[in-house]
Structures are given as C-alpha cells and as structure tokens.
Design a protein around this ligand. Structure first.
Ligand code: NAD
Length: 296
C-alpha cells in the first residue's frame, strides 16, 4: 500500500483517485469544489482540508487540474512541504513550457524529489474504467516508480522522454486527431453533395487509404460505427472545448518551437468558430454539422 495524495478530483481526477483506492492504496485528496470532494469521499478517498494537508506524509502526489497556471500554483504551494524523496506526477493537460517549469521547480527543492508529466488520453470513460493511456515525460527512475501506480488507472503507460515529453506527445497526437476529424467530416459533406451514401463512403474509406482513427472510432455521421457520439446526438465523448484547448496548446508549442503547422492552425480556427457558435459542450465530431453549414 502506498500513501498517495490526489489534488483535483473533477471529472477525470475523481474516478482516477477512486481506482487507486480500489487497488488498495491509501488516497488522500483535495479539490476546491465541495461536490467533487463529496463524490470522492463516497469512493473511499480521505478528504483533506487543503492541498498542504493532503500532501503530508504522501509518498506520491498526483495533480489533475484544468491548466498550466493551476498546476504551477499548486506545485509552488506543495513542493516545500512534500516528504523528502516524494514523486510528484502531473496528469493534467498543460502547455509544454509549464510542464518543464514544474519539473524544474521540483528539481530546485534539492530534497531528492522526483517528477513526471503524465497527461492522459481516453476521457472520462477511460478514467472510470481504468483504461487510460498515460504519456509520460521525466527521468527514467521517476517513470519506473510511477508505472505501477499509473497502471492501476490506465491500460498503457508510455515513457516518451525527458521533462515535458508526455505533454509534447499528447498535443501532437491530438493535433492529428483534430485535423483528421475535419478531413473525415469534409469528405462526408462532399460525398453528400455528390450523391454518394454515407455507407458507401465508409465501406470504401474504412478499407482504403482514407482509413484513420477518427473515421474508425468517432465517425462523425451516425449509424456506421458503434462508438460514435454521432449516434447519440453528439453528446460527448470528447468535448469540443477540450479539443480546442489541446489545439491551442499545439499552436503555442508550434510558435515557441518554430514548427510550421498550417493545418493545425486551420483546425484551431475551425474549432474556435465551432465552440464560439455554442457547441463547446458537444462532442468534437459535431464539427461536421458546422462544416456542412458553411457556404463555399
Ligand atoms: P475538471 O474541471 O472536471 O476538474 C478539474 C478539477 O480541479 C476541478 O474539480 C477543480 O475544482 C479542481 N481545482 C482547480 N484548481 C484547484 C486547486 N488549486 N486545488 C484543488 N483543486 C483544484 O476537469 P477534468 O475534465 O477532470 O480535466 C482535468 C485535466 O485533464 C485537464 O487538464 C484536461 O484537459 C485533462 N483531460 C480531460 C479529459 C476529459 O475528457 N475530461 C480527457 C483528457 C485530459
């Protein structure tokens, strides 16, 4: 049994912490939202009175927070108080720069702290079912220590490289997903204009060079793929607001690293417009309806 502190018990963090409890660990959590704390408490998490209270005696600290500024603020608060030799894992999706800064802050403590960035894919369903994929960045030693804990919350735990590499993998992957969902959506809209049935396009593209993950798993038209949010009125799934967040992070990273990502930029623009038209709570595959509504 390991003593684990879990900060951020929201849609993702709540079920992740619950899975650590199920695996037999002693989990102490904290969230600013009393409702999230109540839910976690009913899942067996001990609720602390503050972040600092939560990390007392923890061998491992996990943070699952909205964005980089929250992670840096919480890490600034807790790092001076965590136990010597503790491992701090951030599972939030944040910009690469903040992730690297957080690792640097842990290193500056000079108390043998270890740190890992470990963003996830798999959404709330994956968090509940412990089927997440973790993409991790940090020293190999930190990864080796984190892996048995992360594997209780997910199915795959990948070491992507040094500090920030997990976040880099996450935003590159989701930039592919955002671009490919738009490509698949455009193809279905064009097929409609050409009088080609959804089924016919799917039968061909799913077994030809147009095949991709977005088509095979999140097909944006209904009744072709059982796992599509399109079958369910575009109820998420993976919310358009989160796709936009990840695309914006990819564009920040492209700017700071000097990478040219013109399709990433265009996808960010299209998802911005889709979100701004009141669809931030819809599944990201609903972008097909936005594309269908555009005039050429
Ligand atoms: P959420 O908003 O449901 O949860 C975040 C929680 O952090 C909230 O409950 C909030 O009260 C808490 N919080 C904020 N500041 C805090 C502080 N200072 N101290 C303690 N608690 C604090 O968000 P979520 O959907 O759980 O997402 C968490 C992270 O996971 C995000 O970075 C998101 O991008 C990423 N993510 C989400 C999904 C998804 O499908 N929801 C999928 C992959 C990755």
């Amino acid at each position: 049994m390991t003593s684990i502190a879990f900060i951020g018990l929201g849609n993702m963090g709540g079920p992740m912490a619950a899975n650590l409890v199920k695996a037999g660990h002693r989990v102490t959590g904290f969230d600013l939202s009393p409702a999230s704390c109540d839910q976690a408490k009913s899942d067996g998490v001990n609720i602390a009175s503050s972040t600092l209270d939560a990390v007392q005696n923890a061998e491992i600290v996990v943070t699952m927070l909205p964005a980089g500024k929250h992670v840096l603020s919480v890490w600034t608060d807790i790092l001076p108080s965590v136990k010597e030799g503790a491992l701090i894992i951030d599972c939030s999706t944040v910009d690469v720069e903040s992730a690297r800064k957080a690792h640097g802050m842990a290193g500056e403590q000079a108390r043998n702290l270890m740190s890992l960035d470990a963003p996830v894919s798999g959404g709330v369903g994956g968090a509940k079912g412990a089927t997440l994929t973790f993409m991790t960045g940090g020293a190999r030693q930190a990864f080796d220590r984190a892996e048995p804990i992360l594997s209780k919350m997910g199915r795959r735990v990948v070491h992507c490289g040094e500090a920030g590499a997990g976040q880099a993998a996450k935003i590159c992957n989701n930039m592919i997903l955002g671009i490919s969902m738009i490509g698949v959506s455009e193809a279905f809209v064009l097929a409609e204009k050409l009088g080609l049935s959804h089924q016919a396009l799917f039968d061909v593209a799913s077994t030809s060079s147009g095949q991709c993950w977005a088509l095979m798993n999140h097909c944006p038209v209904p009744d072709l793929v059982p796992t599509s949010a399109a079958n369910n009125g575009y109820k998420p799934g993976f919310a358009a607001a989160l796709m936009l967040k990840d695309l914006k992070l990819s564009q920040e990273a492209a700017l700071t690293s000097g990478a040219s990502t013109p399709l990433g930029a265009e996808a960010t623009q299209l998802f911005s417009l889709f979100n701004a038209s009141g669809h931030e709570g819809d599944d990201y595959s609903g972008i097909i309806n936005f594309i269908r509504g555009q005039k050429s």
